[in-house]
Ligand binder design. Structure first.
Ligand code: ATP
Ligand code: MG
Ligand code: MG
Ligand code: MG
Length: 468
C-alpha cells in the first residue's frame, strides 16, 4: 500500500500513542551531557539516563521520530540502497515498563496490519541465547521456525550505557535483488533482505570499563528506519527514490545537467549529494559549525564531500544553498527549526562552500604544476610529501589528488603520504589548543565575517551554542 514518508512517520507515532506512549519531539543531533558520543545516531541515545535510572522519564512509555547521523555509514551512501549519513529513526521506548511480550506482537501488528506488509516475506533474527523471544515470535505471533534465525551478532550497544539482545525484522525483497548464494539469508549484506526494525531488549548496562551489569528494570528500545520502510511501501528500488529524498536528487540533476540513471557512477554522486544535503541542513540547524575538530570536522568533511561529488558531475558553482531550500521545503513542517534557521544555515554553508571552492581552484593549479614537472622528468608517481603538503597546508583533499593523478595515468606515493602524516601527528600531539585553553572548535574570523557570535558561557560548559 503506497504511503508517503510523512504519513508513515505520523502513523507510527500515532500507533504507539494509542498504546499509551507519550510522543516526544526529536532531540537535537548534539548529544547533551554525553561525552561518549559525538552525534546522536539512534533513537535511544538521548534517553540513556532514563534507561539507567539516572533520570526519571516524563512517561514510562515514549515514542519518537529521532534525527540521526551515522558517519560510520558514509562510505556506504549511494553504494547500498539503504544507508544514509542522516536518517530518521522511528522508535518506541519502555523505561522499566512493558517488555518482550508486548513489543513483539505490536511490531508485527504495525507492519502487517497497519502498513499491510506481507507477513510471509518477513524474517526475524534473534540472539542465539534468546529463547524467550523465540517463544513469542513462534508461539504467539505464529512465525514458522525457518523464518526465525538465531545470530550471535544480535546484541545491541553503543559505547557505554544500556544494551541487550535484540530481534530484528527483515523483509525479503525477492531473489532478483540478491546475490544468489545458497546461504543467502537475513544476515547476508547483499540487499535481498532489508533490515527494517531493530527491537532491543535492554537488560544490561555496559560500564565504562566494558563490563556488563544487569539492569534493575528491563527496558524496550526499538528503532526502525523511516526511509527504508518508505522504500518498501512506495515500491522503490532504494531509499533514494522515495519522496523523502528524491526531490533533492532532482535538484542535483537540474544543477548538473546530468540525468538520473545516466550511469552508475553519476548516480552515486547524485545520491551522495542528496544524502549530504540533508545531513548538512539538520546538523547546522542544530548548531554545529564547520571546524577542524569533533562534530565540526564531521560537518566539514560531509560538506566537502558533497562539493566533490558535485564537481564529479561537472558542477563548478555553489549549489548547496539551493539544496538546503529543497530540504526545508520537504521537512520544514515536521522540523520547524530548519525553516526558522533557513537563512542562517545557508549563510554557514555559503562561507564553507565558497572557501572550499577557492581551495579546489588553487589546489588544482598547484597540482597542474607538479604534474607538468613529473611529465618532464618522465615520472608517474607523485611524492607523498607533496601530496601531504597539498592536503595539510592547502586543504586540498588527498582523494582528489589521487583522482586527478589517475586521469593523467599517474599515481600517488601512499606510503610517503602516510609517513608525512605520522610526522605531523607526532608534532601535533603535544601542541596545545589556543592560549585560552578553549578548544578550537570554530574559526573566529569566519564567524565575524558571517556576523555570528559564540555563546562563550555555554562553550565553557562544553555545549556549543551559536547565535546568529
Ligand atoms: P544495517 O545492518 O542495515 O547497517 P543496523 O543494524 O546498523 O542496519 P540499527 O543500528 O539496528 O541498524 O538501527 C535501527 C534501524 O535504523 C535499522 O533497522 C534501519 O532500519 C535504520 N538504519 C540504521 N542505519 C541506517 C542508515 N545508515 N541509514 C538509514 N537507515 C538506517
Ligand atoms: Mg549498520
Ligand atoms: Mg544490521
Ligand atoms: Mg540492526
Amino acid at each position: 500500500k503506497y504511503m508517503s514518508g510523512n504519513e508513515l512517520r505520523e502513523r507510527f507515532l500515532k500507533f504507539f500513542e494509542e498504546r499509551g506512549h507519550m510522543r516526544l519531539p526529536s532531540a537535537s543531533l548534539i548529544p547533551q551531557d554525553d561525552p561518549t558520543l559525538l552525534l546522536i545516531g539512534a533513537g535511544m541515545a538521548p534517553f540513556k539516563p532514563f534507561f539507567t535510572g539516572k533520570m526519571k522519564p516524563p512517561s514510562p512509555r515514549v515514542t519518537t521520530c529521532q534525527k540521526c547521523v551515522r558517519t560510520g555509514d558514509i562510505e556506504n551512501v549511494g553504494r547500498t540502497a539503504r544507508h544514509h549519513t542522516y536518517f530518521e529513526m522511528l522508535g518506541d521506548f519502555s523505561f522499566g515498563d512493558y517488555f518482550k511480550k508486548e513489543i513483539i506482537p505490536w511490531s508485527w501488528e504495525f507492519l502487517t496490519k497497519e502498513l499491510e506488509l506481507p507477513g510471509d516475506k518477513l524474517y526475524i533474527t534473534i540472539h542465539t541465547s534468546d529463547d524467550e523471544a523465540y517463544q513469542i515470535w513462534h508461539d504467539v505471533v505464529g512465525i514458522p521456525d525457518e523464518r526465525i534465525i538465531r545470530l550471535e551478532d544480535n546484541f545491541w550497544e553503543i559505547g557505554s550505557g544500556p544494551c541487550g539482545p535484540c530481534s530484528e525484522i527483515h523483509i525479503d525483497l525477492g531473489p532478483e535483488r540478491g546475490c544468489g548464494k545458497p546461504d543467502c539469508g537475513p544476515a547476508c549484506d547483499c540487499g535481498r533482505f532489508l533490515e527494517l526494525w531493530n527491537l532491543v531488549f535492554t537488560q544490561f548496562n555496559q560500564n565504562e570499563d566494558g563490563t556488563y551489569t544487569p539492569l534493575e528494570h528491563k527496558n524496550i528500545d526499538t528503532g526502525a528506519g523511516l526511509e527504508r520502510i518508505a522504500s518498501v511501501l512506495q515500491g522503490k528500488p532504494s531509499n533514494f527514490e522515495t519522496d523523502l529524498i528524491f526531490p533533492i536528487i532532482e535538484y542535483a540533476c537540474k544543477e548538473s545537467g546530468v540525468a538520473y540513471n545516466a550511469s552508475p557512477k553519476s548516480d552515486v554522486s547524485l545520491k551522495v549529494i542528496a544524502d549530504h544535503a540533508r545531513s548538512l541542513t539538520f546538523m547546522i540547524g542544530d548548531g554545529i559549525l564547520p571546524s577542524n575538530l569533533g562534530r565540526g570536522y564531521i560537518l566539514r568533511r560531509v560538506l566537502r564531500r558533497a562539493v566533490r561529488h558535485g564537481r564529479l558531475l561537472g558542477i563548478d558553482h555553489e549549489f548547496l544553498g539551493g539544496a538546503v531550500d529543497v530540504v526545508v521545503s520537504m521537512y520544514g513542517d515536521h522540523y520547524p527549526e530548519i525553516r526558522e534557521k533557513q537563512d542562517y544555515i545557508k549563510k554557514v554553508i555559503h562561507m564553507e562552500e565558497s572557501s572550499f571552492l577557492k581551495t579546489l581552484k588553487s589546489g588544482c593549479d598547484m597540482l597542474d604544476v607538479e604534474i607538468t614537472k613529473l611529465q618532464e622528468a618522465g615520472k608517474t608517481e607523485l611524492d607523498g610529501d607533496v601530496a601531504f603538503k597539498l592536503s595539510d597546508t592547502f586543504g586540498f583533499p588527498k582523494e582528489l589528488t589521487a583522482e586527478i593523478l589517475e586521469e593523467h595515468g599517474m599515481t600517488l606515493d601512499e606510503k610517503g603520504f602516510a609517513e608525512a602524516l605520522e610526522v605531523q601527528r607526532k608534532m601535533a600531539r603535544d601542541a596545545r589548543d589556543d592560549k585560552t585553553g578553549r578548544p578550537v572548535l570554530y574559526n573566529d574570523r569566519d564567524l565575524n565575517v558571517a556576523g555570528l557570535k559564540v555563546d562563550e558561557a555555554a562553550h565553557a560548559g562544553k555545549v556549543m551554542k551559536i547565535y546568529p
